[in-house]
Structures are given as C-alpha cells and as structure tokens.
Ligand binder design. Structure first.
Ligand code: ADP
Ligand code: MG
Length: 729
C-alpha cells in the first residue's frame, strides 16, 4: 500500500470551534480573550483579592486560604461563563513536555443535587501521582507523592473547554520534580542580584525581570505521508532516507513565499494563539524546504516559557486539523538544516529600562556596560553549564555536527563593542584622574549608542551573540523546554552580579573610591579575565576548534559528555548558594537526562532495526524477485542470448545483494551492541555505551539503506521519500 498525500483541498480547518469565531476580529481585540489576566482579575476579584494576587506576582508574597477561595470562585465564574467545563493543574514534569489531569467543575451534594464546584483548595494544590513521572530517584527515597502548587505569576487560561492553572510540581519533601520550580528560583535570584546592581544607577528600581523572546523553528509535513514512516512516528525524525535531488542548495525557501497549505495552518494557529494570549508576531520560511519559524513579542521569562510550551501543544493540535504533522525534532532530515529555538534574553527593570540597551547618557551607558560585561563574565565562567543545559540526544545532531551553532560556547559582541572593551581594559587602577574620567565619558562610554545603531554585522555561527539590546542564545534545541537554559543563564548571571556588587561595595568602603570609579575598576578586571570567551570569527571553522582548545573552552560534542559538569563541585556550589537546586535535585536531574538519552537512543535503535528487517529487506527482495522473473522470462524467449540482454538486471542484482548482506550484518551488530549496553548497571557507562558503540552504527546502516532506496523500484519502496515529504504546496 503506497502512502499518498491527502488531497489538501479537503483537509482545511473545519469552520467550527471557538478558535474560528474571532478570525474576522482585530488581533488587539481577540488577544488574551481566554486568559485570566489583570483586566479579568480587576473585573472579577474583590479589591482585597486583587491586591493579594498582585503582591504575590510582584514580590512572591503568600496568598492566604480565604483569598484563594475568593480567587477560585472568581476564576470559576469567569471560566464557566466562557464555556469551560473542567479545570486542570498544568505543569512541566521532567519529561520535557507539559502534563495535565482534568477534573470537572461538577460535584454532588450529600443529598444528590449537582453543583459546580471549584474552591481555593483545588486552585492552590493538587496531588497527581508523582510515581509515573521521572524523578531521578527522588521519589524512591521518599514516599511516591508529589503535589502541584499554583504559580500566580503565570495567569490561568482556558484551553478548549478546560481551565488550565499553571503550577509547579514538587515532592512532599520539597524537591522540585519539574522544570518550572527551579526556573522561578533562578528568576528570583536574578531579580534580587540585578536589582541590587541596577540601584547603583537608579534608586527607583525595585524589581528586575528577565525577559525571553524565543524563535521556534519547525518542519511541517503531510500527516498521511508521515504515517508510512515508523521512524517519524516513533522517533520524530527520519532514520533512513535518500536525500531528495533538490534540497536547500538553491536557497529558494528562506523568506520565500509561504506555501498555501502552510499559510492556512499558520493563520489558524495564530488565531488560536491570540485568544490564548501568546503574542505571536513573526512567521517566515526557514532555510530548509518545509521548514518554518514563528516568533512572538518577548515577555517576562516565566511567562514566555509557559507560552512556548503551550504553543508547541497548540501547533500539534492545529496541524491535525490541517492534515499536517509538525516536527520539532532538531534534525528530522539528513542533509538539510535542522531546527533550533533561539533564546533572546535580557533584563528589564520595573521602571521600564532594558538593562542591556545602551542609553542616551554616559550614566545609562555605564549601566549597560555593567550588565553587558557581567553577562560575559558569567558565561565565561560557566560556559560548560550553559552547554549542559541544552544537551539532548536530538540536539546532539546539531551541536558539534557542523550545524549552527557549534558545541563550543563563545560570545559574539561585534567589532565596535570589542573596541569599547579594549579601551576599558586600559582604565587606571584605583582612583581616576579628572582627565581620564572626561575621556571615558566622552570617547568611550559616551560613544556607545551611535555605534550600536550601525553595528549590523551578525554572526550566525556564534552560539551566544549580542544583538544590540539583548543576547541571543542560539544552541537551544527546537524541542527543548526553554526553562532549562533559562534556569542556568539566569542563575549564573545572578551569581555574577552578586559577586560584582560585593566587589564594588568593597572598593567604595575600603578604598574610598567613587561609585563609578569602583565600577570601572571591577569591570576592567572582568574584561581581562573573560577574554577567552569572546570570539567573532567563524564558529564552524577547523581553526576555531583548535583555538578553543588552546583557550581551554569546553567542546562537549555529545550529551553524556556535556552532562558531566552538572555534578562538578563548582556547579553544585553555584546552584546551592543561589538557592536554585539542592545537590540532590541536581543529581536527580542528571540521572533523568541520562536516562532520557538512553531511552531515546534505544527507541531509535529498535525502530531502525525494524525498518531494516520489515521494510528495507522485504522491499529489496521483492524487487530482486521481479528482476529474477524478468531474467527467467528473457531466457525462456531468447535462450543463451538473454545473458547480454540481462546485463543491467544482473548487475543490479549483484549490487542489491552486496548492500543486503552489509545492512543485515550492521543491523545485527547494532542490536548486539544495544544488548551489551542494556546489560550495564551504571547509568553513566550505559549512556556512554549507547553514544560510543550503538550510535555509530546508525550512519553505517543508513548508508546501505539509502543505497538500496536509490536502486529499488518506487513501486516496491514502502516508505514515503524525502522528495515527497519535503515539498508541500
Ligand atoms: P531579529 O533578531 O530577527 O532582527 P528582533 O531583534 O526584533 O528580530 O527580535 C528577535 C527576537 O528577540 C524576537 O522574538 C523578540 O521578541 C526578541 N527580543 C527583542 N527584544 C528583546 C528583549 N529585550 N528581551 C528578550 N527578547 C527580546
Ligand atoms: Mg534570531
């Protein structure tokens, strides 16, 4: 049975459902229609409850039970009026995705009457069975219980007919079992540390938010065609597949006209995002055929993380309605670009200042330089942790596989800012002369804004680039929960800013330096000591690999290697002092990551073996048979003369036989290697065994499978081919 693309004329969205009714309205009117945001709260809450929730959002203060009851009552009234029938705590277990368990608002009174029920208790806390989620051993040592707790900083929303309440997920002993709890801790740490430093420049600052604007890349393929491919269904990527004659070599997809079918999907998706309060803004074709990107307006990091996770879920669902399938895997197709999720990050004060944006006065620019240099210093010191935060089996196919960006962390700042940093390196030790101060003010710090405006050079090979008023972290995988890199980045910057403040304060009190003198003095040392992380050249080049090694930068090309640093004493100390992870939590996370790596590679190995034995070999044999029947027929009719006539067929038969033998041998060897790895008790050894002795077979097997695909007739080949998968109209 040949896979066939669905006739897309019949597979457009059905013009029903709540997502459709707003289509004709203006975006600004439909935006956040299904979100219990500040406007709704003002409308539905008492003044007391409103103030209490605002306080919780601003300063993390507790909401007492009576207020929680009021909030729950208001949420219920609003949600039911908007058509919701159920509610759920919506959380982020360590599986990387989101989880939800729906309960109806419905309840029975003792006398049997039905009522709609949702109280403060249900809003604040639930107890999903923690034993079915990965916990990295935390739940084994204690009872198998965990609970979800309301996160008032991310507003509740209605998705379909369910009221979703964003929550953290923790064990009864307080350990985080999710990705959100540590993120909130890291954001709290960076708020505290950055506020302290920002107040050197503006006493009115009382809160600093980390901001995140992610750019989600993805592939769209026909769902029916995908169905013929067990590798896409079970592993999210193609494990075999001959490259299409045409790939991305003509550069004709990037920013090209969006194909009609993809466009209808996007339009439907965006309408739904608007209602859910996800501020999507940009859509365009990416480099590879069938690859696209979607980016929102940036938001406070916790909210942006939630919105990205929600978006991925909405995308899957909208795609189904369009007969499409979304691939978030970092490398779904060999030979063409994979997908990432750039994380644009900055810090912003409650007074409305972007701390990474150069300003109009020298003082503003000193503020900019302070946060800029501290970020560089933090990344330099903990580059390996940042690398670990984006490690996964699927992202290994991008990082360190000669695809954007490399596994080596480095920072691009551009020529002009490099010059500024070079100047600052020359600042005198201790007190500054009036002349030096004037010089700095006029010619170094004062020059920054006009410089940046024409600083247009962009280095696409850099994993961590300064882009004018924010840093862009580019190694994040398309599938990755941004909470992971955001937790690490904000933790290391918080740590750095805390250290910076104590050094500056010391110079002010002990050495009697003026505030700006003290700041210049500390920055000078940071600029000197973090030089090795700055690199503006070609990140893909062979020289950079060598140069980076000379600079003692890490170059961890695979996940088992990259994760090692998590439990290094310096990392444990960092996470502990910043209050982000306890040692037990770090060890648990490392174990979960390793386990996930093993399981994903194991699944791929099994699928590959099944593909070879159930698809590739039978198709090849069937084709051999048809050739053999042909040769026998020629012999029947032409006798001895058939030999010359069947030369091509005989030649093909020989080639087929060679590749058949080879592919069987390699597949069996891979399965043997898997068995050996499976027998290992130590999880680190096991992960390394999968990486070093199982994974290398994948490419070898693929080589033969792709050769066979090239030769075997289309009528026999049971899998949709790249050329079918990659060019939807
Ligand atoms: P481009 O990089 O394509 O030129 P922009 O600079 O406008 O586009 O922004 C790219 C992404 O960076 C967008 O998703 C945007 O929301 C995000 N972004 C812009 N400013 C900030 C900021 N201060 N903090 C976090 N993200 C930001
Ligand atoms: Mg970008």
């Amino acid at each position: 049975q040949k896979p066939r693309a669905m006739n897309h004329k019949n597979t457009g969205p059905r013009e029903t459902g709540y997502h459709q009714e707003y289509r004709a309205e203006r975006r600004s009117e439909t935006f956040a229609k299904h979100v219990f945001n500040e406007d709704r709260m003002l409308q539905y809450l008492t003044r007391e409850a409103f103030a209490s929730v605002k306080g919780a959002i601003f300063s993390g203060s507790k909401i007492d039970r009576k207020i929680a009851d009021q909030v729950a009552e208001a949420m219920k009234a609003w949600a039911i009026a908007a058509g919701a029938t159920h509610y759920t705590h919506w959380f982020q277990p360590l599986t990387g995705a989101t989880a939800e368990k729906h309960d109806a608002f419905f309840d029975l009174l003792p006398d049997g009457r039905a009522i709609e029920k949702f109280g403060g208790g249900q809003l604040v806390q639930q107890e999903p069975d923690a034993s079915s989620f990965p916990s990295g051993g935390i739940r084994n040592t204690f009872e198998a219980r965990g609970y979800t707790a309301w996160d008032p900083t991310s507003p509740a929303f209605i998705y379909g007919s369910t009221l979703c309440i964003p929550t953290i997920f923790v064990s009864y002993t307080g350990e985080a079992l999710d990705n959100k709890a540590p993120l909130l801790r890291a954001l709290h740490a960076v708020d505290e540390a950055a506020t302290g430093v920002a107040r050197y420049f503006d006493k009115n600052v009382s809160k600093v938010n980390a901001t995140l604007g992610w750019e989600q890349e993805y592939f769209l393929i026909d769902a029916e065609l995908a169905r013929s491919r067990p590798d896409i269904i079970l592993a999210g990527r193609t494990l075999i597949g001959q490259a299409a004659a045409k790939g991305q070599q003509l550069d004709d997809h990037y920013f090209g006209v969006i194909p009609d079918r993809a466009f209808r999907f996007m339009r439907d998706l965006e309408a739904e995002c608007m209602v859910l309060g996800i501020p999507v803004k940009t859509r365009h074709n990416e480099v590879a055929p069938n690859q696209y990107e979607l980016a929102p307006v940036f938001e406070e990091a916790n909210l942006a993380v939630d919105h990205n996770l929600l978006l991925m879920d909405v995308m899957d669902k909208v795609a189904v309605r369009h007969g499409l399938r979304v691939l978030f895997h970092e490398k779904p197709f060999a030979g063409i670009n994979g997908s990432g999720k750039h994380n644009n990050w900055s810090l912003s004060t409650d007074t409305g200042t972007n701390l990474l944006s150069p300003g109009s006065t020298p003082m503003k620019n000193l503020q900019f330089l302070t946060f800029f240099v501290n970020t560089i210093k933090a990344v330099d010191r903990y580059e390996e942790l940042l690398r670990a935060s984006i490690a996964s089996a699927s992202n290994d196919h991008r990082l360190g596989a000669n695809e954007a960006p490399p596994a080596i962390m480095s920072i691009f700042v551009g020529k002009q800012l490099t010059d500024v940093l070079d100047e600052l390196e020359g600042v005198s030790k201790g007190k500054l002369s009036p002349e030096e101060k004037t010089e700095l003010k006029l010619n170094v710090v004062g020059k920054i804004p006009e410089i940046l405006l024409d600083n247009t050079d962009r280095n696409r090979t850099s994993p961590f680039a300064f882009t004018g008023n924010k840093f862009e972290m580019r190694g994040v995988g398309a599938k990755t929960n941004c909470a992971k890199p955001m937790t690490v980045l904000n933790t290391i910057v918080a740590h750095q800013l805390r250290e910076f403040k104590s050094e500056v304060d010391k110079l002010i009190t002990k050495k009697k330096l003026k505030k700006d003198e003290a700041i210049f003095n500390v920055l000078r040392e940071y600029i000197k000591s973090s030089k090795r992380i700055r690199f503006d050249g070609d990140g893909y080049s062979e020289q950079w690999q060598k140069e980076a090694e000379r600079r003692k930068l890490s170059n961890n090309r695979n996940t088992p290697e990259a994760l090692q640093v998590l439990t290094a004493p310096e990392s444990l100390e960092l996470f502990r002092t910043m209050g982000v992870f306890t040692e037990k939590e770090v060890r648990a996370r490392k174990e979960v990551e390793l386990e996930t790596y093993i399981l994903q590679t194991q699944i791929e190995g099994r699928v590959l073996s099944e593909l070879v034995y159930n698809k590739v070999i039978p198709a090849t044999v069937a084709y051999q048979n048809s050739l053999l029947r042909n040769i026998a027929g020629l012999k029947d009719v032409y006798g001895a003369a058939h030999k010359t006539m069947a030369e091509a067929q005989l030649g093909i038969l020989e080639h087929l036989a060679e590749h058949l033998q080879a592919i069987r041998k390699k597949t069996d060897a891979m399965n043997e290697a898997r068995k050996r790895a499976n027998g290992m008790k130590d999880i680190e050894k096991k992960a390394r065994a999968y990486c070093e002795s199982v994974l290398p077979y994948f490419d070898e097997i693929r080589y033969h499978a792709d050769r066979l695909e090239r030769m075997v007739s289309d009528t026999e080949w049971p899998l949709a081919k790249y050329r079918d998968l990659l060019f939807i109209k």
